[in-house]
Design a protein around this ligand. Sequence first.
Ligand code: SAM
Ligand code: SF4
Length: 351
Amino acid sequence: MVSTVRMGMPSSRRCDRAQDMPVEGPLVDRYGRVHDDLRLSVTDRCNLRCVYCMPMEGMSFLPRAEVLSFEEILRVAGVARRLGVRAVRITGGEPLVRRGICDLVARIAALGFTDVALTTNGILLAPLAADLAGAGLQRVNVSCDSLRSDRFAAIRRRGTLDVVLDAMTAAESAGLTPLKVNVVLLRGENDDEVTDFAAFARETGRVVRFIEYMPLDAQGAWDRAQLVPGREVLERIGEIWPLEAVADPGSPAPAHRYRFADGKGEVGIIASVTEPFCGTCNRLRLTADGAIRNCLFSDAEHPVRDVLRGGGSDADVELLLRRAVWGKLPGHGINEPGFLRPARSMSMIGG
Ligand code: SAM
Ligand code: SF4
């Protein structure tokens, strides 16, 4: 059940009469949710093969000609910026495998977003951290699902834990802070590391965010029995180190934040499946091949690449963005009987 309306729409605002969709002001949907956070997927390729995301073999990737150029990404980002989008997160696939990523970051940052962040698996981060910070990147989220080398190898299937831990240190030295660590928990695989990760958060000051396994793996193997509910994670940590919710009223952020009662650090819970936060969702996404999506779990895509490559104007891009946001459903419906997982998986959409 969706509850929120973050911001109403003045009744005097100009509308597209066919749909009552506003054609000026911020990007707003039918439920009053203002969209000011853009996820930019810059590639669907990746140098890892995490079990919850991609198969070990046989993943097919977009032909290069279908992937947006830097200029095309920047045009969409620029229009979004003018429509009030203030935060941008660069993701993928693995964004750091895109050639010229520092240049792209610099050009995105120059558009004037107040928050410029990137999510990475960390494998290529250490040597790039200083250049990314110099380009205007403000902070990174590094994914790391185990603090044990053998487990890391079993879950991520390529790359090594020590490289990722070194990357976290390099990112902090470059000023890419606060550093957040994304952990997808899988029952029977790494859920016995919940308190190890909590200890890690306390020792390092990094914000560890526990993410529920979502039905977005490319193999279609998602099984609810493997999902570790956010509530359980909180209880297990709280038995050792009491936690206090960090008051963040009306925050659209997906993570519920909790600080350790003794003041030593913070963890986050992203309970997308068991406690959906659709009511405050402020995000829209651009896929690497130029589709605007208003929800990770929806199949509706708005092909902005066709507009860009068909000679469309910025006003045409704006109209497409407005229509994409206006068409957003109140919730993702994962827990409803008729839910069908989207045709595209997490790495193809941009997580
Ligand atoms: N490759 C980068 C990385 O791994 O951080 C960025 C893209 S990845 C798709 C973004 C985030 O989505 C990562 O934190 C990853 O762990 C998470 N993710 C991928 N598949 C998921 C799934 N099926 N359920 C929950 N989270 C998932
Ligand atoms: Fe690659 Fe990130 Fe997916 Fe892992 S989660 S396979 S690192 S895109």
